[in-house]
Ligand binder design. Structure first.
Ligand code: MN
Length: 499
């Protein structure tokens, strides 16, 4: 049985020191022994999960201790492994990280209060120890990529909490690689129909323009060389950014012509003056689109992102976006704060910790305090919510299950989303502990209880005036037809059904 360890070993061999291999083998034996009796939902041995988690971290070239902690991240939960053993075999730092990940626990999506609690836990972890959060992200990425083995209801919940809790935090930390991974893996399960639609649209677009970006890239390379600018031009595949494209499509009524960065090229230049020079070369080759030139080098984004962006009217009537940056900026754009926990092969130790990292930690600690004080919590929550949810709302059952509805949906939509029998017998609604009309527009975060009456004869056709979901509408209609049929049947006694 291949547990994936061979691939991990190979990656560690490539990215780390020779003496690290022995420790890796020891940690693998330790984890395999601890998880010996456990299986994944897929039926595979449990060890494949921590190995896959460690592989994600090793590929990111994070410090070796983070890789080891990733390999051991689940041993303190439901296995006979002892913290003391981790400490004596792998040291204090590894133990601390493993304990941190264990404490963070399984973030469950259970109503607004739990959400607050989870966010708080996450932020405390960040403020204290960013590696714990990075390991948690790697853990989640692997769990998302094996989500098909979970029952559908659980799948959706894990996917939604990844989009609502994990991805926004990754974004705030500037960890774009992990954010994109989390979003795209979760997107498929959180909004399957939309995912199919987006991937279909993009697939079609690319198929109709095969080889297009290669040609443009060649042209750019030649022009940059002509201008004596030392740089690497790489293509940025947008196939991995379905979720961000989806968010944009929502803003532009699904018109793919509004997506400027469907074709994107990245230029990594040697230094900052060369970045601006490269921008000049591009603008003298193709006309820039007004308002699409952005200088995030002079004015970095709030999460620290730096780059020059421009969109040009490129060959054959296509728009192409260029992102121009230095190697250092490029690394930061991918890893964000995690960049400072990356292993530096030249120095054999951690990379230098710049000032802005410390500011970040301070800022996060501030957010954590806000949440703890609970005063500004809703505002903070609003801040963290991503655009994609702007025309979807998430409403909770009293048990904390999440029901995803369109904007302005009503308690009746909610009732039918749970079960048709609940919709058909609904007589009243309690929204956030208050009695509310059945046509009250719901908001994200509302906790809704539907009061039912078994004696109710079925839905009222008046409900059709306010329901927002197709599901509610079709149930109400269906019921009123059969209601009419029943009524007619009673009017004509003795008449047999059929011909
Ligand atoms: Mn895990």
């Amino acid at each position: 049985m291949d547990t994936g360890f061979g691939k991990l070993l190979e990656t560690v061999q490539k990215n780390y020191r020779d003496e690290d291999l022995a420790v890796l083998r020891r940690a693998y034996a330790f984890a395999e022994h601890a998880h010996a009796d456990q299986k994944r939902m897929s039926g595979e041995p449990y060890i494949i999960h921590p190995v896959a988690t460690a592989l994600i971290l090793a590929r990111m070239k994070l410090t070796f201790q983070i890789v080891i902690a990733g390999l051991l991240h689940d041993v303190l939960e439901d296995t006979p492994a002892k913290p003391e053993d981790i400490k004596t075999q792998f040291g204090d730092d590894v133990l601390e990280m493993v304990e941190g990940v264990t404490k963070l626990g399984n973030v469950k999506y259970r109503g607004v209060e739990r959400y607050a609690e989870n966010l708080r836990k996450m932020f405390i972890a960040v403020a204290k120890d960013l590696p714990v959060i990075i390991i948690k992200f790697a853990d989640r990425i692997h769990n998302l990529s094996t989500l098909q083995h979970l029952p559908p209801v659980k799948r959706r919940r894990v996917a939604l909490e990844s989009l609502e809790i994990y991805a926004p935090i990754a974004n705030r930390l500037g960890m774009n690689n992990m954010r994109v991974e989390l979003e795209d893996l979760a997107f498929k399960y959180a909004f399957p129909e939309e995912y199919t639609r987006v991937s279909g649209m993009i697939g079609q677009k690319y198929a109709s323009r095969e080889g297009y970006l290669d040609k443009v890239a060649e042209k750019v390379k030649a022009k940059l060389a002509e201008a004596d600018i030392k740089s690497i031009v790489s293509m940025q595949a947008r196939t991995k950014h379905y979720f961000s494209i989806y968010r944009k499509l929502l803003r532009y009524e699904w018109d793919i012509n509004h997506i400027w960065d469907l074709f994107a090229l990245r230029i990594v230049a040697e230094n900052i003056p060369d970045c601006y020079a490269a921008l000049g070369v591009i603008h003298s080759s193709w006309k820039p689109v007004k308002g699409r030139v952005k200088d995030y080098i002079a004015q970095p984004k709030p999460n620290g992102y730096r780059s020059l962006h421009t969109t040009v009217f490129c060959d054959d009537g296509e728009f192409v976006e260029f992102q121009i940056r230095t190697q250092e900026m490029h690394e930061e754009a991918q890893y964000g704060l995690a960049a400072h926990w990356r292993y530096d092969e030249n120095k054999g130790k951690l990379k230098h910790t710049p000032e802005h990292e410390i500011n970040w930690i301070k800022e996060l600690a501030g957010i954590q305090k806000e949440i703890e004080g609970n005063k500004e919590f809703l505002e903070t929550l609003e801040h963290l919510k991503i655009d994609a949810f702007h025309n979807r709302i998430f409403v909770y059952t009293p048990k904390g299950d999440v029901i995803d509805l369109p904007e302005d949906a009503t308690p009746i939509d909610f009732a039918y989303a749970i079960h048709s029998a609940i919709g058909n017998t609904a007589v009243a609604a309690i929204v956030n502990s208050k009695h509310s009309a059945l046509d009250t527009p719901l908001k994200s975060g509302d906790i809704v209880t539907i009061v039912t009456d078994k004696n109710r004869k079925g839905p009222s056709s008046d409900w059709l005036k306010f329901v927002k979901t197709r599901m509610a509408r079709s149930h109400i209609k269906e019921h009123s037809h059969s209601g009419l049929a029943n009524f007619l049947a009673k009017m004509v006694p003795g008449k047999k059904r059929g011909k």
